[in-house]
Design a protein around this ligand. Sequence first.
Ligand code: HEC
Length: 134
Amino acid sequence: MTTRPSRALPLLLAAGLAALGAAQAAPPAELAARYAAEAGQPAAAVRGEQFFNARHGREWSCASCHGAPPTQAGKHAATGKAIGPLAPAFNPERFTDAAKVEKWFRRNCKDVAARECTAGEKADILAWLMALKK
Ligand code: HEC
């Protein structure tokens, strides 16, 4: 038996709106939970801080552009262009757009570590960034 669209639609809409509501309530936390689930282990802020501040055999660390700690505006290490604070408590736009976050994780991890970051590394970094408070 198939569910008629007229019955399924309100349910789908309700589920979609609930998901949207949750995302708007705490997007960074939701992203963090998604990465930790993907990694299959709880995030560790300490590991995130280490990864962020370390150089990984190349010229730059994450801190080279985002600052240490990334609670203030950073400066692009190559172009000198200003970059808004990365820690979400200091910049409410951060970690609200999963596609943007993924795009920059991919690009920046390749620049810094010559590879993409793992889900575990992303979970750790985000846990640390979320722990930075005013
Ligand atoms: C060469 C400079 C540079 C380095 C090094 C760098 N970033 Fe970035 N990052 C940027 C720029 C530029 C943006 C996009 C502009 C913006 O969002 O302000 C960005 C954006 C981001 C975002 C998007 C966040 C959001 O929701 O807006 C994340 C996540 C991020 N960087 C993480 C990292 C991590 C993790 C590292 C280290 C592995 C790193 N970055 C290293 C320049 C850099």
